[in-house]
Write a protein of this length. Structure first.
Length: 308
């Protein structure tokens, strides 16, 4: 049970989201590190709530496996609890299922369910976005929780082990890839409450090119400048090692931007300051433009960004 009246809302709209961690779980199993996938699970749900302007209220999890490994389950649930702390929401229940006929060996799967609320007149729809608005990008924490089928194929083709030192950093490959999905709740909700945000796009499966249009009214697109934010060595390595063209990287991965924030030119500086003060790395990455074409996200200087 959850008492929404006690949360202080006057005329609330409830918003719900459900998601999973995908094949990143296979990396966790191979690396024998399950400490952060619970954070990923919460992040994938609550980040989808805030793009509607909704504050996460509570979270439930579903953990399914062939035979319960108590030590592993405890590690996963600790991560879920930490994700809920970061998001400021309550973990009020969940389900654990043992299904030996469905899962084999050490396999397990996770699903998350979160409910948030927004005041009726504060729901973010993106309807007021217009040409000339500024596109800000908030830095990601790595690959987050999408594109791991491709990541795993690259690792497999190169015959690498997740315990090996990463070719792009001084940590293990598993540790670098399992960096938990960043939770943007507190920073973005503060900026929204201050009236600074017109739209938010969570950059998940589909990357930059498919997620940003979800928040745009018909007839609008965005023009991004790929030189305006850094492409990490991790993404450059994935592109080179897997022979993945930069255009395909933008359709598959977040490429360093985990959340896109759309603001008016007048609010741009205030939004950047508020988000930066909340701990975000903020980049002005583009502008909203009129666009009736099929490609609503155009990235300039994109090839060059991957060479620097």
């Amino acid at each position: 049970m959850f008492d929404i009246a006690a949360a202080g809302f006057k005329d609330p709209i409830l918003v719900a989201a459900t998601d999973g961690v995908g094949t990143k779980l296979r990396v966790a199993l191979s690396a024998n590190d399950h400490s952060s996938v619970g954070i990923d699970l919460v992040a994938m749900c609550v980040n989808d709530l805030i793009v509607q302007g909704a504050e996460p209220l509570f979270f439930l999890d579903y953990f399914a496996t062939a035979k319960l490994n108590n030590e592993r389950a405890e590690e996963v649930i600790k991560g879920i609890a930490e994700g809920c702390r970061q998001a400021g929401c309550a973990l009020i229940g969940g389900e654990t299922a043992e299904m030996p006929g469905m899962y084999h060996g050490e396999d397990y799967d996770l699903a998350g369910f979160s409910v948030g609320a927004a005041e009726r007149d504060r729901v973010l729809t993106g309807a007021e976005i217009e040409a000339g608005d500024i596109v800000l990008g908030l830095a990601s924490n790595g690959v987050h929780s999408n594109g791991f089928s491709l990541v795993r194929k690259i690792i497999e083709d190169l015959e690498l082990d997740y315990g090996d030192e990463a070719p792009f950093s001084d940590e293990t490959l598993g540790s670098a890839l399992l960096a938990p999905t960043k939770i943007y709740v507190k920073s973005c909700m503060a900026a929204h409450r201050a009236g600074l945000i017109k739209g938010l796009a969570h950059i998940t499966g589909g990357g930059l090119t498919e997620n940003i249009p979800r928040v745009l009214p018909d007839g609008l697109g965005v023009k991004l400048d790929g030189a305006n934010w850094p492409i990490s060595d991790l993404f450059k390595w994935l592109s080179n090692a897997g022979s993945v063209a930069p255009e395909e990287m933008a359709r598959t991965f977040n490429c360093g931007i985990g959340m896109v924030v759309i603001v008016t030119p007048e609010n741009s500086d205030a939004a950047k300051k508020q988000l930066s003060d909340a701990g975000e790395s903020v980049f002005e990455i583009g502008i909203v433009v009129s666009d009736d074409g099929d490609t609503r996200v155009k990235i300039e200087n994109w090839q060059a960004a991957w060479q620097n």
